[in-house]
Design a protein around this ligand. Structure first.
Ligand SMILES: O=C(O)c1ccccc1N[C@@H]1O[C@H](COP(=O)(O)O)[C@@H](O)[C@H]1O
Length: 213
């Protein structure tokens, strides 16, 4: 079983380099000002310049307007748009307009939440199954909340997918084995405080992913 990993919310050269050195397939840059992981365009450009071609750069957005998308693509040399809180129609428009891969993040709490996955066929290239954050939260992700992985039992994935929400170095192997996730995505689980990535935790997470079989 080969599992790849995205380390999300990177904002410093040291932690970005660690993610790359330890084998991340994707690195995520957050373009959402309320997030403690938000980076401005200059910082995004500096980070992107360090990323080798075999590692995908994922821009993370929450219901973005066109101006933010365009400026972020230019600054961050993005390969993928990860979109939270967007409809399939909006995802399809952004996919067509930018020519980039689109990952649709879906907030999951109950089995009913999985039904919408099919509506992203033709609009997105991958579904990111993420946990629904508590009502009233400032962020739709990046809060270390996990959903019940057994909800994915028997779910027919209409698109390539990723597992996200509450993963960390100690639970990622069990999560990937339990769900069969081809790609795992982590942010707060490799931090020492909100927005502060930890090089050792990144290394431990990616080592755990490599050892999954
Ligand atoms: O990380 C953020 O700050 C963030 C902000 C806005 C939308 C999504 C965000 N993060 C995404 O949340 C998931 C899971 O995070 P965690 O591992 O549970 O902390 C991941 O896809 C991040 O890209």
């Amino acid at each position: 079983m080969s599992v790849t990993a995205k380390i999300c919310g990177l904002s410093t050269p040291e932690t970005l380099d660690a993610a790359i050195r330890h084998g991340a397939s994707h690195v995520g840059i957050v373009f959402f000002p309320p997030s403690p992981r938000h980076v401005d365009r200059d910082r995004a450009a500096g980070l992107a310049a360090r990323v080798p071609g075999h590692v995908g750069i994922v821009g993370v957005f929450v219901d973005p307007d066109d101006a933010l998308i365009d400026a972020s693509i230019a600054a961050g040399s993005l390969d993928v748009l990860q979109l939270h809180k967007v409809s399939p129609d909006r995802a399809a428009i952004l996919r067509r307009r930018t020519g980039l891969k689109v990952w649709a993040a879906m907030a999951i709490k109950t089995s009913a939440d999985l039904a919408a996955a099919r509506s992203f066929v033709g609009a997105a290239d991958r579904i990111v199954y993420d946990a629904k954050t508590p009502e009233g939260s400032a962020l739709p992700g990046g809060m270390g909340v996990r959903f019940d992985w057994t909800l994915l039992d028997g779910h027919r994935h209409p698109l390539p997918w990723a597992l996200s929400g509450g993963l960390d170095p100690d639970n990622v192997a069990a999560a990937a084995r339990r769900t069969g996730a081809p790609l795992v995505d982590v942010s707060s689980g490799v931090e020492s405080a909100p927005g502060v990535k930890d090089v050792d935790r990144i290394a431990r997470f990616l080592q755990a992913v490599r050892q999954i079989s």
